[in-house]
Unconditional design. Structure first.
Length: 379
């Protein structure tokens, strides 16, 4: 296509053993390496050097080890990506640190901009492109593509609306940020103006102490309103993989008490709190704390006789009727609601991941299910 301007050597040539382009300019040749991130042996050969511009196509599906290694060896990084599972590390480590320029900020959906919630980094710019920016398609062709995708599906959300979310297999497929997320400050204001009254407060604790997995120690504080809504008000999440010194059950006791006290001062007293019954070590430490310290909290084993599938069905029903809400400061819980998925080889069993704040929330609301929803639940 480019005649004598560009020479492509797919098997390498001369001193350059990797696939590359030679760009012939008046000021001398420039070398552009062509690497696939699916071939680890090949891209590792490039790690010894420092490069000018690095361009990564569809960075959302790229090998994270490749992204981390390659991005630190370039002067300038460009990348494209499609909307994907919002829990992918490429978002938290890279994309969410970028921001749109002021001139084009209004181009992007507000829901997507809210996901750019990591600390901004100077010079990191994020661009949003929709069908309106595709000058290569006629309006008739755009309309044809859009009309072929059923509204309400995850494919429509990802590819037509350009919003993040797993394409298939979501457990809480009816979770919608525009319907189910409420601003933390708005809830506080509604309570202070007596437009909202809570009938009960509860809290749940799910634990995982491994330092070699993404599993977390998750705390959820929630309130049940007189209008039968369950609102997740606050969360606290720890991951031993991120800690210089691993958290032990005795540390979790101190953290959990502090979490409960902070929310008691803001919202109200959750006398009964519920802890993962599989973790007797943490429950023992909590009971020990109660023996030696003034403590009005009652530490209960989580009630697990309600099957997981039944818990999920209850939440799906509450989401459908607007009786399960989350404040916008509970980012981990929101992320899990958007990532928690069914196993691909089983119809009725979720994956054992992206579920720790979900478990903690279930521990907290299970004793009070008769107070939530339309009142038709007789369990």
């Amino acid at each position: 296509m480019f005649g004598e301007l560009v020479e492509y050597n797919p098997s390498g040539k001369g001193e350059y053993s990797m696939p590359h382009l030679i760009y012939h300019t008046g000021g001398g040749d420039k070398i552009i390496y062509i690497l696939g991130y699916d071939n680890k042996a090949r891209w590792k050969k490039a790690l010894g050097g420092q490069y000018g511009c690095l361009y990564i196509d569809e960075i959302n599906i790229a090998d994270m080890e490749y992204i981390r290694e390659a991005s630190m060896r370039c002067d300038y990084l460009m990348a494209t990506l499609n909307p994907d599972d919002p829990s992918l590390p490429v978002y938290s480590e890279y994309i969410n640190h970028a921001r749109p320029t002021a001139q084009y900020a209004s181009d992007a959906p507000l829901e997507l901009q809210r996901m750019l919630n990591a600390d901004p980094k100077e010079g990191w710019v994020w661009w949003y492109f929709s069908f309106d920016h595709n000058a290569g398609l006629s309006q008739a062709k755009k309309d044809q593509i859009i009309n072929m995708v059923p509204p309400g599906t995850k494919l429509y959300k990802n590819k037509i609306l350009g919003l993040r979310g797993r394409a298939t297999g979501l457990v809480f497929s009816n979770f919608d940020r525009s319907k189910h997320i409420v601003k933390y400050n708005h809830v506080i204001k509604a309570v202070s103006e007596k437009k909202m009254k809570f009938a009960m407060f509860s809290a749940g604790l799910d634990t995982a102490y491994s330092s070699k997995s993404p599993d977390t120690i998750s705390m959820i504080f929630q309130g049940i309103t007189e209008d039968r809504q369950c609102i997740v008000l606050d969360e606290r999440v720890y991951n031993n993989a991120d800690m210089d010194m691993a958290i032990a059950p005795s540390d979790t006791v101190q953290n959990f008490i502090a979490f409960l006290e902070r929310n008691r001062e803001i919202w109200g007293f959750a006398r009964n709190v519920y802890i993962d019954s599989a973790d007797q070590a943490t429950i023992t430490e909590l009971q020990k704390y109660k023996r030696y310290n003034p403590c009005a909290y009652v530490f209960n084993n989580a009630y697990k006789k309600t099957q997981l599938i039944d818990r999920i069905n209850m939440q799906l029903g509450w989401l459908h009727t607007g009786h399960y809400l989350v404040t916008d400061n509970c980012r981990n819980h929101i992320s899990e609601l958007e990532a928690y998925s069914w196993k691909q080889d089983k119809d009725n069993e979720p994956e054992d991941c992206n579920d720790h704040t979900i478990n903690a929330s279930q521990y907290g609301f299970l004793p009070y299910v008769k107070m939530i929803g339309t009142g038709e639940n007789k369990q």
